[in-house]
Design a protein around this ligand. Structure first.
Ligand SMILES: C[S@@+](CC[C@H](N)C(=O)[O-])C[C@H]1O[C@@H](n2cnc3c(N)ncnc32)[C@H](O)[C@@H]1O
Length: 318
């Protein structure tokens, strides 16, 4: 029986030759804002097109592009934007011809060719949560952190003590009462790498996450398959994910999706009912838009996602 640290097993389970993301389309297993699902997906794309416009970027590059759902929605909304998807698989069948595509190694690894981007909005929607990182535990606040190891069946056992930069990260960023955590350092480094790929423009990572005061005591490492949460097993049959410690990313601006979308799109105001009699089509359109915005900004749901942004070069800081 082979025991490995969770971060190593996690990487192989998602990005190894038989890894989950080598064969599974994200939309077959879970829903995200970026998947172009109805009015909310279209409105999400519209918000990103506005962000690109506000920052004067003529190109949108999406790392972790799934099957190109968000880029396809952007292609409809913003015919003048250059679009490039970056993923661990080949371009999906039926991708609009104007969307370019680049193969990526997976996890924290980005393609060598993705460098020196200018005039670019670089988006990574739900990428950092699938960048593997150490999963660690301790028996009590005054006892040492140790790595959790896992076998092929998903059983866990205590491994080596956590040391070095991982331990430093835990010491600074994890409150005393936590008994289990994910070390965010690989995500911090991945975000830095993402930012370094842009010479001029805006870098945006969107993900679910926590800050020091809200880190869950038992950690957030979990697995999903076919829309259902399942026990984490590193066998390539399920997504393995953990929330992102967003306050440790070296970003210029970290805000909730609710805040940013209200800034970009305005409040979710319902149309006056009288409009349904005078202009029923306009009424229904405005109603659908208000519902979509409410979905994307709800306090208990998607509105709680975090947008971590870094401005690069001389891009307008608006
Ligand atoms: C949780 S899914 C999100 C997909 C899409 N952005 C969405 O929100 O629906 C994570 C995606 O990240 C991709 N991914 C992971 N590491 C990557 C990397 N280094 N470069 C490009 N894509 C990566 C996976 O293949 C997977 O499709």
């Amino acid at each position: 029986m082979t025991w490995r640290r969770w971060d190593e097993a996690w990487h192989d389970a998602l990005y190894g030759p038989a890894g989950f993301y080598r064969h599974a389309a994200p939309a077959d297993h879970f829903a995200t804002s970026a998947q172009g699902l109805g009015p909310a997906g279209d409105l999400f794309a519209e918000a990103l097109a506005r962000l690109a416009e506000r920052h004067g970027t003529g190109r949108v590059v999406e790392v972790a592009a799934g099957r190109g759902e968000l880029l396809s929605a952007l292609a409809r909304h913003a015919p003048n934007l250059e679009l490039l998807g970056v993923e661990v698989v080949d371009p999906p069948a039926g991708l609009p011809a104007r969307i370019d595509w680049l193969r990526s190694p997976g996890g924290s690894g980005l393609p060598d060719g993705l460098v020196g981007l200018t005039g670019t909005l670089l988006i990574a929607h739900e990428w950092l949560d699938v960048v593997p990182c150490p999963v660690v535990a301790r028996e009590a606040p005054d006892l040492p952190w140790y790595h959790l190891e896992v076998d092929a069946a998903g059983r866990e056992r205590p491994g080596a003590p956590v040391q070095g930069a991982d331990l430093d990260w835990l010491t600074v960023h994890v409150p005393d009462h936590l008994g289990r955590a994910e070390v965010g350092l690989p995500r911090d480094t991945a975000y830095d790498d993402l930012v370094s790929r842009v010479g001029e423009g805006l870098v945006l990572a969107i993900d679910y996450g926590h800050t020091r005061d809200s880190r869950p005591p038992e950690g957030t490492f979990s697995a999903y398959r076919d829309g259902t949460q399942v026990p984490p097993v590193p066998d390539g049959t399920c997504d393995l994910t953990a929330h992102v410690a967003v306050d440790t990313l070296q970003a210029d601006d970290v805000r909730t999706q609710r805040e940013v979308l209200h800034d970009l799109l305005g409040p979710a105001t319902l149309p006056p009912h009288a409009l349904s009699r005078t202009e029923p089509t306009a009424y229904l359109r405005q109603l659908a838009r208000a519902n979509a915005l409410a979905t994307l900004t709800s306090n208990s749901g998607l509105g709680g996602f975090w947008w971590a942004m870094s401005h690069r070069g001389s891009a307008d800081l608006g």
